[in-house]
Design a protein around this ligand. Structure first.
Ligand SMILES: [Zn+2]
Length: 428
């Protein structure tokens, strides 16, 4: 099956040289970018891309999709109280159906704002998987494990994670992949972390975990375990190249060296960190200097309250400039790299996605160059980071399949999903 993106006014390739091409066609065959050139033709579908900018789809490396149900339900609280008083009691009311609609709602928001790949960790993961499969978006899905040092729970959580893994049938295009999701070093026992590690090795799976999110977490870890969270994970043999660390805001120089040595990767969630006032900005520049793969994430809608990565990119750029009192930190190009090719590296998919290059999967978004946020076009990268929002995304393509065209969703009944989300929201 072919798809031709004809006469793209600009193509932000995000290739090694960060080339920006002009007035060019992109031919996609069976989900793969096969030719980038002039005067191409097709027997398949063609999209007129005049006054459009084609760029790689954005990659959200840390999310809890169904938390879209809790957007605006509990704001302006510290993380521990927010979880205990608002989120965990509300989550007790979830069932498979509500999680399915919560996930679909999140996917609608992602497709409409140009995100083509996500990394999810949540409960009722079978429902998330089912929802995701129906939409055509790319993603990693984890069953989030929490045992709170209860040995019975350790076993039941591992059983649930194992049973979820059985739901994955190897798909030809590898669009949706499993990942393991022990919630964090403070909600998971050492036993659960060690057994998760063994399972990851046995099944050759990556692991997605929250770590070093708040200052309190660091203080508690030093008090309870005699060491900082990354030091602890390293001491139990947990840290290696298959680990994705979400947040990692508070890192000592030694911990950065440990992450670098292990080859672990980082998901940076600036809006969630700022909203929950986690106690200081992540040392982004030090991580980038150490060449530690770093991607961007929104975290769940309950702590963001948006899944629009355009907004997240702007917050990322502003946070690090402000925190470091340095306008040259987190440049527009640096932040765009984090949200595209950086995210692909974090997820181990850099050979498949993250840039527009021949041989890569066609995860491409088209931005409307006539949208006021993209005019004037002195510098498209600047406009994307500092001016645009997800509303300038006109078309979203994943694996060569059109999921949204002219802002109309092709694979999801938006009205039905919104009705179901509102119905659940009225019950909590
Ligand atoms: Zn999270």
């Amino acid at each position: 099956m072919e798809l031709l993106l004809k006469d793209c006014t600009q193509v932000l390739t995000q290739d090694n040289k960060r080339n920006i091409l002009k007035d060019i066609d992109i031919l996609i065959k069976d989900g793969i970018i096969t030719v980038i050139g002039k005067n191409l033709s097709t027997t398949g579908k063609m999209i007129d891309c005049k006054d459009k900018l084609a760029m790689p789809g954005l990659i959200n490396t840390h999310n809890h999709l169904a938390m879209s149900l809790f957007k605006g339900y509990g704001d302006d609280m510290p993380l521990d109280r927010w979880l205990q008083e608002k989120i965990w009691p509300a989550e007790a009311k979830l069932d498979n159906d509500s999680v399915k609609y919560g996930a679909l709602f999140a996917i609608i928001e992602m497709i409409k704002t140009g995100t083509t790949c996500f990394n999810d960790m949540y409960l009722s993961s079978e429902a998330v998987l089912k929802a995701t499969k129906s939409t055509g978006i790319r993603g990693f899905i984890a069953y989030g494990m929490i045992d709170l040092d209860n040995p019975e729970k350790t076993e039941s959580e591992l059983k649930a994670a194992n049973s979820f893994l059985k739901n994955f049938t190897p798909e030809e295009n590898g669009l949706i992949l499993p990942i393991l999701g022990p919630h964090s070093p403070y909600t998971c026992s050492r036993d659960l972390l060690e057994k998760t590690k063994l399972l990851a090795k046995e099944k050759n799976l990556p692991i997605h975990i929250h770590v070093s999110e708040t200052k309190k977490e660091i203080e508690d870890s030093i008090k309870d375990k005699g060491m900082r969270p990354i030091e602890y994970l390293n001491s139990i043999g947990f840290l290696d190249k298959n680990i994705i660390l979400a947040h990692a805001c508070h890192l000592s120089e030694d911990e950065i060296a440990l992450i670098k040595h292990a080859g672990a990767r980082i998901s940076h969630n600036p809006t969630s960190n700022m909203k929950l006032a986690t106690g200081g900005a992540m040392p982004l520049q030090k991580l980038l200097n150490a060449k530690i793969p770093t991607g961007l994430g929104t975290d769940g809608s309950a702590s963001n309250n948006s899944l629009d990565l355009f907004g997240e990119m702007k917050v990322c750029a502003l946070l690090h400039k402000f925190a470091n009192n340095d306008p040259e930190t987190a440049s527009a190009q640096t932040v765009l790299d984090i949200a595209t090719i950086g995210g692909a590296k974090v997820l181990g998919l850099e050979d498949k996605i993250g840039s527009i290059e021949v041989g890569k999967r066609a995860d491409i978004i088209l931005l409307d160059l006539n949208d006021t946020t993209m005019v004037p076009n002195h510098n498209p990268v600047s406009n994307i980071i500092y001016s645009a929002t997800g509303a300038c995304v006109d078309t979203t393509i994943v694996n060569g399949k059109i999921l949204m065209e002219n802002r109309t969703l092709k694979t999801i009944d938006e009205k039905k999903v919104i009705e179901n989300v509102n119905e659940f929201a009225s019950k909590i």
